[in-house]
Design a binder for this molecule. Structure first.
Ligand code: ZN
Length: 180
């Protein structure tokens, strides 16, 4: 965890860094700590988007690698065509303007915490696809990103409470039905 916080620190604003001990404490409560901490950064719009890096003079431009927009967290996770397609495939409406990732509505009946875990895994997969584009010039289809989500739900299954396995499997089956 010490390594994780050191890795993240250069990407944080002073305000976020001040909150870091609390966030790390929250994250430590679960084995999915890296992904949960990442979701927290996404939620407060402090992922290492080009807009944030450019603002801190750490990137030559703030323009997105995937579309002509400035790469904000919102553009990265919801507005760029591939990301928009992911949420559309899952029938999750994305409200205009400022949004909380925890307010996204599931299109199937799931407990809130299971759906939120699913949202976190989806955001994580979008982030990995974005990095593949930026660092490896590799374009991902929404279907391959959603398959990665399903793989991660399987890989991380044991990290969830056993009582959540059935609803997680339901979510996984739903996602598979939307990519095939
Ligand atoms: Zn974009």
């Amino acid at each position: 965890m010490a390594t994780l916080s050191m890795d993240l620190r250069p990407h944080l604003t002073a305000a976020a860094e001040a909150e870091l001990p609390l966030v790390l404490q929250l994250a430590r409560s679960t084995a999915l700590c890296t992904v949960k901490l990442f979701a927290y950064l996404a939620e407060i719009d402090r992922p290492s988007s080009r807009a944030n890096l450019f603002y801190k003079s750490c990137a030559p431009s703030d323009v997105c690698a995937a579309c002509p927009s400035v790469e904000t967290g919102r553009d990265m996770f919801f507005d760029r065509p591939m990301s928009a397609m992911i949420w559309a495939r899952l029938d999750v409406p994305i409200p205009a303007g400022r949004l909380s990732v925890w307010d996204l509505q599931a299109s199937l009946p799931l407990q809130v915490d299971v759906w939120n875990a699913g949202v976190t895994v989806i955001l994580w997969a979008i982030w990995k696809a974005r990095n593949d584009l930026v660092f490896n010039a590799k374009t991902s289809m929404s279907s391959s990103v959603l398959r990665r989500v399903c793989d991660n739900l399987t890989l991380w299954r044991w990290r969830f409470k056993a009582v959540d396995w059935a609803p997680l499997d339901l979510l996984r089956s739903f996602i598979i039905s939307r990519v095939s």
